[in-house]
Write a protein that binds this ligand. Structure first.
Ligand SMILES: [Zn+2]
Length: 245
């Protein structure tokens, strides 16, 4: 079975003392341990040079990683240019914003220039979503989905009850399963919007991968639907060719 982790973090070695002291070798070992074929690799937005680091790793391990840009929304025009560079020069396949770290609301109009770039390059835009945070709850992501119906919006941590009404309303919204509260909530999302717009993500770098995978594997849904959630939907969204199934 093709397994794609749509939410895997890496941190450049010079920042390991601050955050997650895991090398890329450890990440790959853990992917191998749990038969994860590929991952969308992302760093954290507030370290400099992170996008080049991701691009380097993708170049080094093209069969294992796709790269995700990380941009701080508070960098305004500079950030918009950086995002354009990530798509045009670094060939990164998506962008993610962790707006809580920047204390920045997803539904701010200042987000629109970033959305315009993702629209231009036809890339998915992932957001950290938290139902209890007014800056990034599912409804704020829904407002963006409404303004940009042709841009795929991924709600990271979004496979939960609070996202269902937004996902039902907007076909361009994808729910990602990392740190979803409980399996039964993921199952309710599948029943409500179908399996095609739900993607597996771990937010992990170690043992968390095992738990994240188990949350999908225990779902009482057909095997074919699990295959979609664990990898085939991401393959479609991020443009990965899956050779054997
Ligand atoms: Zn994360």
């Amino acid at each position: 079975m093709f397994i794609f982790d749509a939410h895997l973090h890496c941190i450049p070695p010079q920042y390991h003392h601050v955050f997650m002291p895991f090398s890329v070798i450890t990440l790959i070992k853990n992917m191998d341990k749990y038969n994860v074929n590929m991952a969308l690799l992302m760093t954290m937005p507030h370290f400099s040079g992170v996008n080049d680091y991701v691009a380097e790793l993708v170049k080094k391990y093209p069969d294992r990683f796709l790269g995700c840009a990380m941009v701080n929304p508070r960098t305004d025009e500079e950030g918009v240019m950086e995002l354009e560079r990530c798509f045009k020069e670094l060939n990164l396949k998506a962008v993610k914003m962790l707006t809580t770290l920047a204390d920045f609301p997803i539904n701010s109009e200042a987000m629109h220039p970033f959305m315009e770039v993702t629209r231009k390059y036809k890339k998915p835009f992932a957001f950290h979503v938290d139902p209890w945070d007014p800056r990034c709850n599912p409804f704020t992501a829904g407002e963006l989905a409404d303004s940009f119906p042709d841009v795929t919006i991924i709600m990271c941590h979004g496979a939960r009850l609070e996202s269902i009404s937004v996902a039902k309303k907007h076909d361009n919204v994808i729910l990602e399963t990392a740190e979803s509260p409980q399996s039964h909530e993921i199952e309710k999302c599948v029943k409500a919007i179908g399996p095609e717009r739900i993607i597996y993500g771990s937010d992990g770098f170690g043992e968390f991968i095992e738990i994240a995978l188990a949350k999908i594997n225990v779902l009482k849904i057909p095997e074919e639907e699990k295959k979609l959630i664990l990898g085939l939907n991401s393959a479609r969204i991020f443009g990965v060719e899956v050779r054997e199934e």
